[in-house]
Design a protein around this ligand. Structure first.
Ligand code: ADP
Ligand code: MG
Length: 683
C-alpha cells in the first residue's frame, strides 16, 4: 500500500531507489524553536510542546482539523486538510509532540499546515546527537504517514541491513586516494545520516564525483568506440582544389585557430573512420571558410559535400559568398531550398544522383527523401542548434558509408555543457577572431532617450553606414508583437522619411520573395535601415552595417542578444550596439544587460547564460538525457566535472577496454545505471 504510493508519487520502486532518494537537507535536532521567536520571516521551525486540543471544523472541501500546540512561550496552530482519520489517531490532548514544518501567519498568529508530527515520550530527549535527514515527499504521502521524516525512518531501517558488499565500490582505489574520496558504502551512509556537516559534505562530493565520472567514462567510451569500429569515408589526400584555394584564392590570411581546426579535420577524415565533429566558434570567428576548405577536401577525394543552413536567407548568403569563391576554382555548386522551382529542382536532383554536382548548399530541403547523392562524403550543418538529432540521422542514411559530419554552432556552448551533452562528439574550437576587428561598443539606453538614439543613427547614416533595428517577436504573443513591429516601423519612418532615407523591413510573416527582396536591397545598400524581427538573427553578413539597435532588449535572452550584436562589427568601421529598454527592469534582465555591456566574448556570455538559466533551458540540449544528474550540477560543480573529465580520459588512455583488475568493477557499473546489485522490489 505504501509501496504503491512511493512508486506513484516519488518513482521509488526498489530499495536502491530509496537509498538514492537523497535528503535535500538535514535538521539539527538539538535546535528547537520557541513559538514566541517566530516572525512572518521564519521559514521552517521545529517546536516541542503539549497538545491542548483538536477539532474537525468546516464542511466538504473546507473540512479540516485544527489543533493547538503550546510551548512555554505561546501557542502554535496546526492544520490538516487531508488524512484526517490518520492524524486523529495520533493526537491525544495532554501529550507532548515534536512538530516540524513551514511556518505561516494567519491573523497575526503562527501556524503550520500539514506539519511533520512525532510523539515525544518522557525518556526520549528532544535533542538527538546527529543531523536528521529531511526528504522531499508529497502531500499525499505525508497524509498517509510518509512525511519526510518517516521516509528517513524507512531509509534508516534499510541502512541497518545494507552491508558493504551490497554497495560495491566503483571508483578505482588509486583514483579514490588521489582525490581523497570517501568510499561508496560510507558515502551512502553519510549522505543520509552524517555525524557532522563535514562528513555530509564529503559524502556529497564522493557521490557527485561518481555521477560525473561515470558519465564521462560512458561518453568517452562511446567516442572511442566510434573511432575504432565505425567505418567512414577515407579522404586520403589533400588534392588540387584544396591546394589551389589555400594558396591562391583565400580572401585573407587564416587565423592560427582556423589553421589548427583545418588540421584537426584533415587528420580526422584521413583515418578511414567517420568524423563526428562539433566546431565551436564565436560569431564572426570565420567558420565558413573552414567549411569551404573541408568541402574541397571531400571533392578532391572524389566525394560530394553538402552544407545545410537553418534559414533560406542564410543558405542564400552562403550560396553567394561561397559560390563566388568556388566558381574561381571551377567547382560546381548549387542551392536547394523550398523555393527552388520544379524544373531547376529536377535538374539538381539528377545531377546529384549522377555525381556531376559536387557541392550542394541548402536548407532543410536537402534532407528530403527524394534528394539522393551518388557518393556523399561530407555533411556540414551550420548553426547547429536548429537541427534536431533526428534530422541529422536522416542525412546519415543518404550514403552507404556514413558521411563525415561537421556541426558548426551559432553561439559558443559552455565547456561543461559541451562535455556533458556533446561529450561523444569530437570537438574543435576557433578561439581567436580575425585580426583588425574592432570590438563592438555596447550601450544601454532607456526608452526616454530614444530621440538621442535616433540622432546617433542619423549621424552614422550620414557617414555612409547602415543600421539594424530589431524588434522582439515571441511566438505566443505573435499578434501583439507584430503590431509592435508595425508601430515601430512607422515610428522609424517618421524619423527617417523617404526619399532621403529608405527602409527595408523583414519579418517571418512575409512571403519569401518579399523577404528576400528587402534583404537584398539592404545588402546592396539600396536601403540604409533594416527594421526586422529576429529572422535575421543568425549568420547574416552585411559588413557595412555599423549600428545594431535592439528594441525591448529586456525581452531577449543572452545568446540571442549576442547573436544579434554579432551582425555588426564585421567591417573595418567602428560598430555599436544599443540596447533599448523600458525603465522598469527585473533582476535577470538587468543582469543580462550588464553582461552584454561588459563583454564581447561569446564563451564568457555562454557561461553566464548557463548560470542564469540553468542547463535545461539552453537551446538544443533540452532533449539531452546526459544532463539529468541526481546530485551534481554542471553549473555549481564545474570544477568537479573538469576533474572527472580529465580522470576519465587518462584512465581510458591507460586501459581503453577497462580490463585491468582495478577497473573491472567500474566496467560492471557502466551497464547498470544504479550499480550491479539487483535490489529486490519494495514489498
Ligand atoms: P562565422 O563564424 O560567424 O560564421 P564567418 O565565417 O561568416 O563567421 O566570417 C565572418 C567574417 O569574417 C566574414 O566577413 C569573413 O569573410 C571574415 N573572415 C573570416 N576569417 C577571416 C580571417 N582569417 N581574416 C580576415 N577576415 C576573416
Ligand atoms: Mg556563420
Amino acid at each position: 500500500m505504501r509501496a504503491d504510493l512511493l512508486k506513484k508519487e516519488l518513482n521509488i520502486f526498489t530499495f536502491g531507489d530509496l537509498l538514492e532518494h537523497f535528503p535535500f537537507r538535514h535538521i539539527d535536532r538539538t535546535k528547537v524553536n520557541l513559538v514566541s521567536e517566530m516572525t512572518p520571516l521564519t521559514e521552517f521551525a521545529q517546536v516541542a510542546g503539549v497538545l491542548l486540543s483538536f477539532e474537525i471544523i468546516g464542511q466538504r472541501a473546507g473540512k479540516r482539523m485544527v489543533a493547538q500546540l503550546k510551548d512555554k512561550t505561546g501557542i502554535l496552530e496546526l492544520t490538516w486538510f487531508q488524512g484526517l482519520n490518520w492524524v486523529q489517531k495520533l493526537l491525544e490532548p495532554g501529550k507532548s509532540y515534536l512538530v516540524f514544518g513551514r511556518v505561516g501567519f494567519f491573523n497575526g498568529k503562527p501556524q503550520m499546515v500539514h506539519p511533520e508530527l512525532e510523539l515525544l515520550t518522557p525518556d526520549q530527549p528532544v535533542g538527538k546527537n546527529f543531523l536528521e535527514p529531511v526528504y522531499s515527499t508529497t502531500e499525499k504521502l505525508r497524509s498517509r504517514g510518509l512525511g519526510g521524516r518517516q521516509i528517513g525512518k524507512l531509509t534508516q531501517l534499510l541502512m541497518t541491513q545494507v552491508r558493504e558488499k551490497d554497495l560495491e565500490e566503483n571508483i578505482p582505489g588509486s583514483l579514490r586516494s588521489q582525490l581523497k574520496l570517501e568510499g561508496r558504502y560510507n558515502a551512502f551512509r553519510q549522505i543520509h545520516f552524517p555525524q557532522s556537516e563535514e562528513e555530509y559534505q564529503r559524502a556529497v562530493k564522493r557521490l557527485k564525483f561518481e555521477e560525473l565520472f561515470l558519465a564521462q567514462i560512458r561518453m568517452n567510451l562511446l567516442r572511442s568506440q566510434r573511432h575504432r569500429f565505425s567505418k567512414g569515408v577515407l579522404f586520403e589526400k589533400v588534392g588540387d582544389l584544396f591546394n589551389d584555394c589555400y594558396k591562391h584564392h583565400l580572401p585573407f590570411e587564416l587565423t592560427g585557430a582556423q589553421k589548427r581546426v583545418i588540421r584537426e579535420i584533415r587528420a580526422d577524415t584521413a583515418t578511414g573512420k567517420q568524423m563526428n565533429r562539433l566546431l565551436q566558434g564565436d560569431v564572426g570567428s570565420g567558420k565558413t571558410i573552414v567549411a569551404v576548405l573541408t568541402m574541397l577536401l571531400a571533392v578532391d577525394n572524389g566525394y560530394q559535400a553538402c552544407l545545410m543552413a537553418p534559414t533560406e536567407i542564410l543558405a542564400q548568403q552562403h550560396y553567394q559568398s561561397v559560390g563566388s569563391l568556388l566558381e574561381k576554382l571551377g567547382v560546381t555548386v548549387k542551392l536547394l531550398t523550398g523555393s527552388v522551382r520544379a524544373a531547376e529542382r529536377k535538374k539538381i536532383l539528377q545531377e546529384l544522383a549522377a555525381g556531376e554536382l559536387k557541392i550542394l548548399l541548402g536548407t532543410h530541403a536537402v534532407i528530403e527523401e527524394v534528394v539522393q547523392f551518388k557518393n556523399l562524403g561530407l555533411v556540414i550543418i551550420d548553426e547547429q542548434h536548429r537541427f534536431g538529432v533526428a534530422q541529422r540521422a536522416r542525412l546519415w542514411k543518404k550514403a552507404e558509408i556514413p558521411p563525415h559530419m561537421l556541426v558548426m554552432t551559432a553561439t559558443p556552448i559552455p565547456r561543461t555543457l559541451a562535455m556533458t551533452a556533446y561529450g561523444d562528439l569530437d570537438y574543435s574550437v576557433i578561439d581567436e577572431l580575425p585580426p583588425g576587428r574592432q570590438p563592438v561598443t555596447t550601450v544601454h539606453r532607456y526608452e526616454s532617450q530614444r530621440s538621442n538614439v535616433m540622432d546617433f543613427i542619423r549621424l552614422e547614416i550620414s557617414k555612409g553606414r547602415q543600421v539594424y533595428i530589431i524588434f522582439p517577436l515571441i511566438e505566443e504573443s505573435a499578434k501583439m508583437d507584430y503590431e509592435n513591429l508595425m508601430k515601430g516601423y512607422e515610428n522609424v519612418k517618421a524619423y527617417f522619411p523617404e526619399p532621403r532615407y529608405w527602409i527595408s523591413m523583414v519579418h517571418g510573416k512575409q512571403p519569401a520573395e518579399q523577404k528576400e527582396l528587402n534583404m537584398k536591397r539592404f545588402v546592396e545598400q539600396d536601403t540604409q535601415i533594416m527594421v526586422s524581427t529576429t529572422v535575421i538573427e543568425v549568420g547574416v553578413n552585411v559588413p557595412n552595417a555599423s549600428v545594431m539597435v535592439i528594441e525591448s532588449a529586456e525581452k531577449f535572452g543572452l545568446s540571442q542578444l549576442h547573436q544579434l550584436r554579432g551582425r555588426v562589427g564585421r567591417g573595418a568601421e567602428k560598430s555599436y550596439c544599443v540596447l533599448l529598454t523600458g525603465s522598469k527592469l527585473g533582476n535577470d534582465a538587468r543582469e543580462r544587460i550588464h553582461i552584454m555591456t561588459s563583454t564581447n566574448n561569446g564563451f564568457e556570455i555562454a557561461e553566464k547564460d548557463l548560470e542564469l538559466r540553468g542547463p535545461g533551458e539552453i537551446e538544443g540540449t533540452r532533449q539531452s538525457g546526459a544532463l539529468n544528474f541526481r546530485l551534481a550540477s554542471i553549473v555549481q560543480d564545474r570544477d568537479l566535472l573538469e576533474t572527472a573529465g580529465k580522470m576519465a580520459v587518462s584512465l581510458l588512455e591507460k586501459d581503453p577496454d577497462l580490463v585491468s583488475a582495478e577497473n573491472l568493477q567500474l566496467k560492471k557499473f557502466l551497464h547498470y545505471r544504479k550499480g550491479p546489485v539487483q535490489w529486490s522490489k519494495i514489498a
